[in-house]
Design a protein around this ligand. Structure first.
Ligand SMILES: [Zn+2]
Length: 112
């Protein structure tokens, strides 16, 4: 999983890759493993919605474009995003990190 450079991978994608590599593993095991890697700080989870999330092998701070047509994530360097006006956290809390997901779709071809 880490061999192919920085990747954004879903549990389903990894499950599919395992199957193609003739590795016998259940989807539940894939999920559990990805969650354990995330808790250990090896992966970073990027949640798109309640039923879709990706695991990012790039741990460095950065943001994402989400391509709604192809369901792909693309990196945005953190320096390219100026996040301002974030309210201070409530008493007793600290900010872990700020994730920006910019959702994109292809423009309709112009009609005339
Ligand atoms: Zn990323």
């Amino acid at each position: 999983m880490f061999a192919k450079g920085n990747r954004h991978i879903s549990a389903e994608m990894l499950f599919e890759e395992a199957n193609q590599a003739k590795v016998s593993v259940s989807l539940a095991t894939v999920y559990n493993t990805l969650n354990q890697f995330t808790e250990a700080g090896l992966l970073r989870q990027v949640a798109i919605n309640s039923s879709k999330s990706y695991f990012d092998t790039n741990n460095a701070e950065h943001h994402h474009y989400y391509l709604e047509d192809s369901h792909e994530l693309m990196d945005i360097p953190s320096a390219d995003v100026a996040v301002g006006e974030i309210p201070g956290p409530p008493a007793g809390y600290e900010i872990v990190r700020v994730d920006v997901v910019v959702r994109l779709r292809r423009k309709e071809p112009a009609r005339r």
